[in-house]
Design a binder for this molecule. Structure first.
Ligand code: NAD
Ligand code: TYD
Length: 363
């Protein structure tokens, strides 16, 4: 038995592969294009492990995917591969359409061809699990009930529109061709190996460097945060017991405004890595700081910024018995500590391409 994971060198994918192999001996074939967001260093602990086979390549490369399927005969394909950053999708949507829409389409076609030739019992047991987002549902008002699986798709950004399109393709491949698909729609993740272009890791690494902590608009936008390893556990559970053709919402029951998140990170850093002891100075003014919150800087809002996301997770709780193990407080503390313990990882991902993005986006 083997599983094929795509995008397994990214943030969630690498956490998933590490967790999977910590809990099972079932081998993983890991297909990842290694875009700016993919990082083999995330998988360094698996170096030389015969259960992990890494292949650099594109989910849209049909010949490669066909070859991997024929060679490894996986019992499941888990699709994490995507362009995932909303701000980048606003600057340049093309890659999002290419990977998230065309790539998912080609992957589905290759998997369908492989699956349709399997013996009956393997065919029934096979699963295509598609990892998606809460952002496909659009934006909630302050008192609206959380998104259920039955909520209308109302994507607002090029990123969420491309993920919505991929979800629709997955749905259609189940209804039309009978491919045993599962779709998970998850809220914002955070945790180890999170690329520091996203809010939580960006805030941590900027604070430690005395850089401004950019808060878009009024900072009152709300996200529902989930510790990444809880997401990985949910995906394992859906793979094991989810019903083909179904979608499952996954969330952390931890709604926070962005400003509260940034303030909480600052407070954790004040406790775990006090600025005066580290002699942190404001990179723009050269003045020493005493508290990291002094670095909070309100900047222009994101165009089309979704105001609030919140997930109703009663279906996965009721049907599959999953729920988050971490609270936001415990997960955030672990995350901040992980970044403090891995300065070299941070330094290496802040490559020329990273610095170019920060300069372009934040000026
Ligand atoms: P990420 O950007 O950190 O990683 C994406 C990975 O996919 C990278 O390793 C990249 O190299 C790889 N990739 C990109 N294009 C590829 C292609 N064409 N072929 C093969 N590999 C390719 O993203 P992430 O945060 O780990 O997200 C993983 C999945 O989870 C995505 O589908 C995303 O939409 C979804 N998701 C993310 C979040 C979140 O908060 N990060 C929340 C819900 C759902
Ligand atoms: P992000 O981590 O990019 O995830 P998403 O857009 O998928 O929710 O952003 C989380 C929230 O934080 C979102 O409302 C945008 C906001 N944000 C900032 O205020 N400043 C920043 O520098 C970034 C990257 C995000």
């Amino acid at each position: 038995m083997t599983i094929l994971v795509t995008g397994g060198a990214g943030f969630i994918g690498s956490n998933f592969v590490l967790d999977w192999l910590a809990q099972s001996d079932e081998p993983v074939v890991n297909l990842d294009k290694l875009t700016y967001a993919g990082n083999r260093e995330n998988l360094a602990d698996l170096e030389g492990d015969p259960r992990h086979r890494f292949v650099q390549g594109d989910i849209g490369d049909t010949a490669l995917v066909q070859r991997l399927l024929a060679q490894h005969r996986p019992r499941a394909v888990l699709n994490f591969a995507a362009e995932s950053h909303v701000d980048r999708s606003i600057h340049g949507p093309e890659d999002f359409i290419q990977t998230n829409v065309v790539g998912t389409f080609r992957l589905l076609q290759a998997v369908r061809a492989y699956w349709s030739e399997l013996p009956d019992s393997d065919k029934t047991a096979f699963r295509f699990l598609h990892v998606s987002t809460d952002e496909v549902y659009g934006s909630l008002g302050p008192t609206d009930p959380a998104f259920t699986e039955a909520h209308r798709y109302e994507p607002n950004s090029p990123y969420s529109a491309s993920k919505a399109a991929s979800d629709h393709l997955v749905r259609a491949w189940h209804h039309t061709y009978g491919l045993p698909t599962l779709t998970t729609n998850c809220s914002n993740n955070y945790g180890p190996y999170h690329f520091p272009e996203k809010l939580i890791p960006l805030t941590i690494v900027n604070a430690l460097a005395g850089q401004p902590l950019p808060v878009y608009g009024d900072g009152q936008q709300v996200r529902d945060w989930l510790y990444v390893r809880d997401h990985c556990a949910a995906i394992r559970r859906v793979l094991q017991a989810g019903q083909p053709g179904h979608t499952y919402n996954i969330g952390g029951l931890s709604e926070r405004t962005n400003l509260d998140v940034v303030r909480q990170i600052c407070a954790l850093l004040d406790e775990l890595a006090p600025a005066p002891q580290r002699r942190v100075a404001h990179a723009r003014t050269g003045q020493s700081i005493t508290n990291y919150a002094e670095l909070i800087t309100f900047v222009a809002d994101r165009p089309g910024h979704d105001r609030r996301y919140a997930m109703d997770i009663r279906k996965i709780q009721r049907e599959l018995g999953w729920q988050p193990a971490e609270t936001f407080d415990s997960g955030l503390r672990k995350t901040v500590q992980w970044y403090l313990d891995h300065p070299q990882w941070v330094q290496r991902v802040q490559s020329g391409a990273y610095r170019e993005w920060i300069a372009r986006h934040y000026g």
